[in-house]
Design a protein around this ligand. Structure first.
Ligand SMILES: C[S@@+](CC[C@H](N)C(=O)[O-])C[C@H]1O[C@@H](n2cnc3c(N)ncnc32)[C@H](O)[C@@H]1O
Length: 218
């Protein structure tokens, strides 16, 4: 985790220049699919430079609640500035910490958003992160049950050549290409989530899954 933290600290001021143009469309599709409403309580894991937190805070309004957790103090500093400029600093709780252990009580949120972050974790840690997501999501039945919005580089059983090249880059230059495509829907289903909506976009030929899902068990 230390190397991930220092990597994101180092690139925090240029992250938007490097990545935002390619990631914006998928992030907005994920936010549209999650479709949070006024008054809801929402958590974003791995908030990066804070674009989604601004959109989420505007969507839930003053009667709602937004929280975010990110490992990198550098990313947090960029996000604090963005929230301040948008006049939303008071409405969003920011935590610097590790998503493998979320510092919120059970059943705290109506929705959780994870965008280009789940694929950064080692495979052994993905179920742990998803178990934490389940723990903090509100129980219930049907539409009352808390939900997850996930945007992730993805690869199914037969990854294409662009995915293979990306994986090769990840293996050989993990400090520059820190994430790798995952079987996003497979991880969710294997961790007790029921997929409600799923669409696939593409960034430079890499498939990106935009998924909403709810825990099976309540
Ligand atoms: C690729 S960026 C994506 C940022 C943002 N969600 C977006 O879509 O622009 C991944 C973010 O996850 C954060 N991160 C990485 N590992 C983490 C962990 N274990 N716990 C919390 N955040 C983490 C990084 O600091 C970084 O800000």
């Amino acid at each position: 985790m230390d190397s991930t933290r220092s990597f994101y600290d180092r690139i925090s001021r240029v992250y938007d220049l490097l990545a935002d143009r390619s990631e914006q469309e998928a992030r907005e599709a994920g936010l549209a699919a999650l479709d949070v409403s006024a008054g809801e309580a929402v958590l974003e894991i791995g908030f990066g430079t804070g674009h989604a937190l601004v959109a989420l805070a505007e969507a839930v309004g003053k009667e709602g609640r937004v929280a975010g957790i990110d490992l990198s103090p550098g990313m947090r500093a960029v996000t604090e500035k963005r929230l301040g400029d948008a006049g939303l600093a008071e409405q969003v709780e920011l935590v610097t910490g590790d998503a493998r252990t979320l510092p919120w009580k059970d059943d705290s949120f109506d929705a959780v958003f994870l965008c280009f972050t789940l694929e950064l974790f080692e495979p052994a840690d993905i179920p742990r992160v998803l178990a934490e997501v389940q723990r903090v999501l509100r129980p219930g039945t049907g539409a009352a049950k808390g939900r997850l919005g996930l945007v992730s580089l993805t690869a199914g059983e037969h990854p294409g050549p662009v995915v293979e090249i990306y994986r090769w880059l990840h293996r050989h230059f993990p400090h520059f290409v820190d994430c790798q495509p995952i079987d996003a829907s497979g991880w969710l289903e294997g961790s007790g989530f029921e997929i409600e909506t799923e669409q696939e976009l593409s960034i430079w030929g890499l498939p990106v899954a935009v998924i909403t899902a709810r825990p099976w068990a309540s």
